[in-house]
Structure formats: structure tokens, C-alpha cells
Design a protein around this ligand. Structure first.
Ligand SMILES: NC(=O)c1ccc[n+]([C@@H]2O[C@H](COP(=O)([O-])OP(=O)(O)OC[C@H]3O[C@@H](n4cnc5c(N)ncnc54)[C@H](OP(=O)(O)O)[C@@H]3O)[C@@H](O)[C@H]2O)c1
Length: 314
């Protein structure tokens, strides 16, 4: 049976991949993010797959925005069955060198707006007899890394919030709270991040595709579970962080500099923390080869070689 699914952060990365995945399942979609132009693009992509779509330009940190989003979903589709919250921003920098307003906006977006989404979703689910809330955490909600303190603090807060909400949901049958915790994912979040570190960030290896995380999210909507970890070394990192904290802390700073940052220099900037950058939004961040696109390219190779040969012979 098709469901009505709200996806926040639907214009890029994991949220955009999840929107397409739900569209492929025949679900109705309510898509939210700040960029109107990209939102219209994603609506087109999902409609092409066959989904009914409502796009609602939304800044999840704005007063009343999440209530308005719920109202729009109810008016158009009569209710919400699944709420997927992926909207987030990131900032690189030593804590004391990151402007206070940037740190606070990261926490406002990644933690407080996720709490706001949980509040409207859970109130709606209690009133209508059930539904599933899926939050997007991170392996960085279980371990820590330097130079992204606002993001790490938010993900630890979100992990605690999800656990508390899961405990409360035990008293409301039909209401499910899930958290999906990816490791490194090939999305544009690294290039879109604010930066006060002088070098552009990158996802440390191994890198997962956003489509894989999207499938885990849809799977959670089908069969709700408390937490789904996506990433081959998440457990190893958690093990090292918990059982060998001294060794972990010695290694994590040089490892972050080697594996978590590129050599590309960058001047200090606010990235997408306060305003969207539609030009930088896509499903993939370009950190992994896109095998589907590669296969299409290989498939088209004989025709393009044939064309080039014909042109040459003319
Ligand atoms: N990529 C990774 O390696 C990774 C790893 C672990 C966890 N995660 C988590 O996965 C989730 C998705 O991340 P991603 O990598 O897919 O990031 P992304 O590609 O940068 O996408 C972030 C999305 O959030 C939206 N957004 C940002 N601020 C917003 C606001 N104030 N109001 C509404 N929408 C807002 C953006 O759209 P607009 O700018 O148009 O608003 C965009 O659609 C996040 O929770 C992230 O923490 C990512």
C-alpha cells in the first residue's frame, strides 16, 4: 500500500536518493529543503518515476516552518505515514576559530530542527494512530573527530534524543522511531560545508553510496528498527573509540588531516550553513565512481566511436 512520506533535505545527497527510492516504491512524497530551484528539479525526477509529489520550500530552522510543512502534507494528501529527516549542514574548523554564529546554526539545523521535526511528526502520529519517524544520525554520533565540533555535538545529541524518543514510543503502539547512522557517504556535504580550516574536507575511506543509505532508510520505513548502521567500518571505529580511547585520540587527529581533508586550499567561508547553494546540489558528491553512469558510458562507447570514425572518413 502506498504511503505519504515527508523527506526533509530532499535536494541533495541522501535525502534526494531517498526521495527517488520512495518514488520508485509508489509512495506519495512531500519534499522539503531551502532551494526552490533544486526542489522543483527533484519533484520532476520523482514525478518521472511515477510518484505524486508536493514540493514545499522550507527552512527547517525557521519559526513555524515544520508545522507549516505538516499542514501542507495533510492538506494535499490527508496525513503523513513516514517522516524522514535528513536536512543538515556541516562546518570545518577548530572550535575556537569557527565563528559562534556558524557553530550555533549547525547545532540549530542538525539537532534542534531534527527535534522540531520529531515533535511535529510524533504529535501527528499520536493523533492519527501511528507512523514512522526516521532520523539521520551518523557514526559521528558514537565516536568523535576533530575540526567539526558543531556537527559532532549535534550528532551525539541526536543519538541521545532518538534513544529517549524510542523509550517514550514504547507507550504509543504504532509509533516507531528509527535512526539511520551512516559512515562516510559520497554526497556534496563536504564541499558545501562552511570551512575555517584552510583545506576542503572529504569523506574518509571506505565510502558508501547515498543510494545504499537511501535503501536502508526505505527498508526502515518498511520494517522499523531502532538503529540501522550503514558503513563497513562503523563497528570497528566504535570498538576502537570505546575500548582504546587513548590510542584513538592519538591517532584520530593525524588521520583526520590525512584521510578527512583534501590538499585543495580554501578561503574561510560559510558554505551552505545559512543559505543554500543550488549549483552544488546533487545526489553524489563525486568521491566515488558512479558505476551506473560508467556502465551507461561504456554502453554508449561503440556508438560514439562509430560516429567519430564516420566523421573522420567523410
Ligand atoms: N555524507 C556523509 O558522509 C554522511 C555521513 C553520515 C551522516 N550523514 C547525514 O546524512 C544526512 C544527509 O546528508 P548529506 O550528506 O546527504 O548532505 P547534503 O548532500 O549536503 O544534503 C543536505 C540537505 O539538507 C538540506 N538543508 C540544509 N539546511 C537546511 C535547512 N536549514 N532547511 C531545510 N533543508 C536544509 C539541503 O538543502 P538546501 O541547502 O537546499 O536547504 C540538502 O537537501 C545528514 O543528516 C548528514 O548528517 C551524512
Amino acid at each position: 500500500m502506498s504511503r505519504t512520506v515527508v523527506v526533509t533535505g530532499a535536494t541533495s545527497g541522501i535525502g534526494r536518493a531517498a526521495a527517488r527510492e520512495f518514488a520508485g516504491r509508489g509512495d506519495r512524497l512531500v519534499l522539503a529543503a531551502r532551494s526552490r530551484t533544486t526542489l522543483a528539479e527533484v519533484r520532476g525526477e520523482c514525478e518521472k518515476i511515477g510518484a505524486e509529489v508536493l514540493a514545499v520550500p522550507t527552512d527547517v530552522t525557521a519559526d513555524g516552518a515544520l508545522e507549516a510543512l505538516t499542514d501542507a502534507a495533510v492538506t494535499r494528501f490527508g496525513g503523513v505515514d513516514v517522516w524522514v529527516h535528513t536536512a543538515a549542514v556541516m562546518a570545518y574548523g577548530r572550535f575556537e576559530e569557527t565563528p559562534e554564529r556558524v557553530f550555533e546554526q549547525v547545532v540549530r539545523t542538525d539537532l534542534l530542527a531534527a527535534a522540531g521535526a520529531a515533535r511535529v511528526a510524533l504529535r501527528h502520529f499520536r493523533a492519527t494512530g501511528g507512523g514512522t519517524l526516521i532520523l539521520t544520525g551518523s557514526v559521528l554520533g558514537h565516536i568523535t573527530a576533530p575540526f567539526m565540533s558543531g556537527y559532532v555535538a549535534s550528532k551525539w545529541g541526536l543519538q541521545g534524543l532518538a534513544r529517549a524518543l524510542q523509550q517514550e514510543a514504547r507507550e504509543t503502539p504504532g509509533v516507531n522511531v528509527c535512526i539511520v547512522t551512516p559512515g562516510s557517504v559520497d554526497t556534496p556535504v563536504y564541499q558545501q560545508a562552511a570551512n575555517y580550516l584552510g583545506r576542503i574536507g572529504r569523506p574518509p575511506l571506505p565510502i558508501t553510496s547515498p543510494e545504499r543509505v537511501a535503501r536502508a532508510i526505505v527498508d526502515c520505513a518498511d520494517r522499523p528498527r531502532r538503529e540501522v548502521s550503514v558503513g563497513r567500518v562503523n563497528l570497528v571505529m566504535r570498538f576502537g573509540f570505546t575500548l582504546l580511547p587513548g590510542v584513538y585520540d592519538v591517532l584520530v587527529v593525524p588521520l583526520m588531516r590525512i584521510a578527512g581533508l583534501t590538499n585543495r586550499p580554501v578561503a574561510p567561508h560559510e558554505g551552505t550553513v545559512f543559505t543554500p547553494n543550488p549549483a552544488g546540489e546533487s545526489v553524489r558528491g563525486g568521491w566515488l565512481p558512479d558505476l551506473a553512469q560508467l556502465a551507461r558510458g561504456v554502453g554508449e562507447l561503440p556508438a560514439s566511436i562509430g560516429g567519430a570514425v564516420r566523421r573522420r572518413l567523410r
